[in-house]
Design a protein around this ligand. Structure first.
Ligand code: NAP
Length: 246
């Protein structure tokens, strides 16, 4: 029997990350995920992956802390021997207008969203290089392309992910490692559930498709970018946004 492929999705106990991890699980991958919240029900998650036919490794690890990142990657290699696909999904918002944004809220968002993407990618790539094969998909955002009032920290982190992705795509292409980003629009998860109904109605009015996207709709494209179906695509940013940015 052919050896199963392995995906590592960061911050995947809920939301878009969980949908991505389940998508890979149901398509024959074993799954590594990490989380930070003490509320995470590891046993229930393991059961969900098992029901999709996947073995899983679920580790508490903060993507912004290099020792914790190195530890989760070490455990993944011990258990599965390789990582074929990395999805840099973990991310947070700390929204505020520039004039009232605290330095710590700027730093925190950059540390988790952008530096976290760097730390995890740096820890995983040596194993992909050894295999001369790998796919890296990072979660940017439409606001990383367009900017957004009240999100200068988040938009900067997501624009940074685009520059990071294009740079590593150039560095790693000759080793048969592809790197792409996706830029979701407004997706129905905990991250956007904090928005008021009025804000959501206003946002929906600006989306040509007149609705928010689902985590599943992001997972489908992230799966494509990790598969052989996208074998000649690298260094790209795919908008998944119901037509918001075109
Ligand atoms: P979410 O529901 O808020 O989930 C965020 C996930 O990130 C959680 O699983 C959380 O872990 C994890 N996380 C946060 N800080 C972490 C850290 N320091 N280390 C490890 N994991 C951490 O968000 P989402 O909507 O699914 O978003 C997923 C990604 O898509 C993010 O990068 C986000 O910026 C991006 N995105 C989302 C939207 C949207 O509209 N929702 C749009 C564009 C881009 P715990 O569960 O342990 O807290």
């Amino acid at each position: 029997m052919e050896e199963k492929q392995v995906v590592f999705v960061t911050g995947a106990a809920r939301g878009i990350g969980k949908a991505i991890a389940l998508k890979y699980a149901e398509n024959g991958y074993n799954v590594v995920i990490n989380y930070v919240s003490d509320k995470t029900d590891v046993k229930a998650l393991e059961k969900e992956f098992k029901e999709k036919g996947a073995e899983s490794l679920i580790v508490k690890a903060d993507v912004s802390k290099s020792e914790e990142v190195e530890e989760v990657v070490k455990k993944a290699i011990e258990k599965f021997g390789k990582i074929d696909v990395l999805v840099n999904n973990a991310g947070i918002t700390r929204d505020m207008l520039l004039m009232r944004m605290k330095e710590e809220d700027f730093d925190k968002v950059i540390e988790i969203n952008l530096k976290g993407t760097f730390l995890v990618t740096k820890a995983v790539v040596p194993y992909m290089m050894k295999k001369r094969n790998g796919r890296i998909i990072s979660l940017s955002s439409v606001v990383g392309v367009t900017g957004n009032a009240g999100q200068c920290n988040y938009s900067a982190s997501k624009a940074g992910i685009i520059g990071f992705t294009k740079s590593i795509a150039k560095e790693l292409a000759s080793r048969n490692i592809r790197a792409n980003a996706v830029a979701p629009g407004f997706i129905d998860t905990d991250m956007t559930s904090v928005l008021s109904d009025e804000v959501k109605t206003n946002i929906n009015a600006q989306i040509p498709m007149k609705r928010m996207g689902t985590a599943q709709e992001i997972a489908n494209v992230v799966y494509f970018l990790g598969s052989e179906e996208s074998s000649y695509i690298t260094g790209q940013v795919i908008n998944i946004d119901g037509g918001m940015v075109m």
